[in-house]
Write a protein that binds this ligand. Structure first.
Ligand SMILES: *[C@@H]1O[C@H](CO)[C@@H](O)[C@H](O)[C@H]1NC(C)=O
Length: 234
């Protein structure tokens, strides 16, 4: 979703404000506010002002549905220039056999058909990629500003950066290559390896910076382990 159409989807959220435990809500729209397949994608990107009003609408809705003591964590937008930087000269799976389809060509094909999931970053036009990243950064800053300046009755509010550089560093330390973190077929989404690393880092940061979000440890943990054994935290 984007900050815009989330306000439709969020109507499916169901909570009992009196009887439910506090919720942990992760607000992570990631790319959709800057990503679209238009031939000129910039006018279709969410502006900081529009993001602000979309997010405030979402937060009002959450405040009227979440149990008291809940937590909402904003996740920032990524800087998607790493897609082009790490993929453009590599072969897409369709072109690996005959060494004839690179990601640069795939991106251009998708844009030509106007079905690119993110023309702004999946483009050979460096000016456009930079513009897309600049907008993404402005939107992240807007989220950060809301998180530090707004108060709500039923939840507290946090902001966390989309730390792709950090997981990239961690992956490279383990001997991995940057392109191995991107879904090979669409050349766009983070793949399962990246998702695992991002999730791991996310929960570590929450535990370190805002331990109150996770609350008290489940008093039944020893009994659960007795029945199910050690399943690595699941
Ligand atoms: C590159 O993108 C910028 C920003 O959208 C645009 O103004 C410019 O015309 C594009 N250049 C080419 C060669 O398409």
């Amino acid at each position: 979703a984007s900050s815009q159409n989330l306000n439709k989807f969020i109507e499916s959220l169901s909570r009992n404000q009196l009887l439910d435990h506090p919720a942990i809500v992760i607000y992570a729209m990631i790319g959709n506010d800057v990503c679209n397949g238009n031939s000129d994608p910039v006018p279709k990107m969410t502006t900081p002002e529009k993001l602000y009003s979309n997010v405030m609408q979402t937060l009002k809705h959450l405040n009227s549905h979440l149990p008291k003591g809940s937590h909402v964590i904003f996740y920032g937008l990524p800087d998607g220039t790493f897609l082009w930087d790490h993929l453009h000269s590599r072969y897409h799976p369709l072109g690996q056999l005959n060494r004839d389809v690179t990601y640069a060509q795939l991106y251009s094909f998708l844009s030509c058909l106007q079905v690119s999931p993110c023309h702004g970053w999946m483009s050979s036009n460096k000016t456009l990629r930079t513009l897309t990243s600049e907008r993404a950064e402005q939107l992240s800053n807007t989220l950060k500003k809301i998180a530090t300046s707004k108060k709500f009755m039923n939840f507290d509010l946090f902001y966390m950066d989309f730390a792709f550089q950090e997981i990239l560093g961690e992956w490279q330390k383990r001997g991995g290559q940057p392109w191995q973190l991107i879904e090979s077929v669409d050349g766009f989404h983070p793949n399962e390896v990246a998702s695992l690393l991002l999730a791991d880092r996310f929960w570590k940061k929450v535990r370190r910076q805002w331990p109150q979000v996770l609350g008290k440890e489940n008093p039944f943990n020893p009994q659960i382990e007795q029945v199910f054994g050690d399943q690595g935290g699941h």
